[in-house]
Design a protein. Structure first.
Length: 298
């Protein structure tokens, strides 16, 4: 099967889950993971979101675990389906955490929009190929379904509407907040920790080189120089050319198996992931290794 034909013939209206899963675990596993990390990073620049995350201390006191938990809870329904037992457990855990706090529908919908728009823009700029129109539609339909399971109201109907919502929300709400800056700093430090320690200063410059001016200003981060931007973007484009020349991936790449997920070397229990008010109220048996399934529901 050719690298660009895995999703050919699949219907983005009825088989969107399979299409988006193929993109995430076969065609663009690294790119989508990076893009979703930057998508979450953007949300910290909205003071109501960044301030809340700082208040919970989850992203500053135990950044690695919070990063891992978010990644794993999003991956479970992607792999197993929204209607599977594990998929329902993951979404229930996400919803339980959100109900602990006074989060507006507007903020929830904005975060959802970043999951749609940022990966598409990342792949447009740095991917080894562009997404097809059907793949963009499937991505939209996947996150519309996730949003409905999360109880989000007035979800945009198509990519253009998601893009308009995200850009307008950021234009209106991006602003400096000390709490949001602390969360951003902690996350940036975590991203640097995925690489050898001597590279930390370079990773910091690289991360800022991929941020637009509005995001940099919101965190009061120093703008990188023109050379740093050119080298950072050039490096990603060079990587894309190498990936394009490689054979199609035959083995799926799961987030839970990436080296940057460090909190659960012996597997994870979905019911233990995330944050709890007053500690986890559920009695648990020892965790079993995570199981992956290709069955999808929607």
């Amino acid at each position: 099967m050719g690298k660009a034909t895995r999703n050919r013939g699949l219907d983005p209206e009825t088989q969107f889950h399979e299409i988006y899963r193929n993109l995430s675990v076969f065609d663009f596993p690294w790119d989508i993971n990076q893009a979703l990390s930057f998508a979450l990073f953007r949300t910290y620049a909205v003071p109501s979101i960044g301030r809340l995350l700082d208040k919970t201390r989850a992203f500053t006191a135990d950044t690695q675990k919070r990063y891992d938990d978010t990644s794993l809870l999003l991956e479970v329904p992607l792999l197993d389906g929204f209607d599977s037992g594990r998929g329902k457990s993951a979404i229930r855990r996400i919803n339980q955490m959100h109900r602990m706090y006074d989060i507006t529908n507007d903020d929830m919908r904005y975060v959802l929009s970043t999951f749609v728009v940022v990966p598409k823009r990342w792949i447009d700029d740095y991917g080894w190929r562009k997404l097809t129109d059907d793949e963009v539609t499937a991505s939209v339909n996947y996150y519309r379904a996730l949003g409905r399971h999360m109880g989000i109201k007035e979800i945009p109907a198509d990519y253009r509407a998601f893009e308009t919502l995200m850009d307008a929300y950021e234009h209106e709400h991006f602003a400096f907040d000390e709490g949001g800056r602390r969360v951003a700093d902690a996350t940036k430090s975590l991203l640097a920790s995925f690489y050898p320690k001597p590279l930390a200063p370079a990773i910091d410059v690289f991360s800022r080189s991929l941020m637009d001016d509005a995001l940099l200003e919101s965190f009061r981060y120093r703008r990188p120089g023109r050379v740093a931007r050119l080298l950072s973007i050039g490096g990603l484009k060079a990587r894309a050319r190498v990936v394009a020349a490689l054979p199609a991936r035959r083995t799926p790449q799961y987030v839970s198996e990436m080296q940057r997920i460090r909190s659960y070397p012996n597997g994870f229990d979905i019911e233990k992931l995330g944050t709890f008010a007053g500690g986890c109220p559920v009695r648990h048996l020892p965790a079993e290794p995570a199981q992956h399934s290709a069955a999808a529901g929607s």
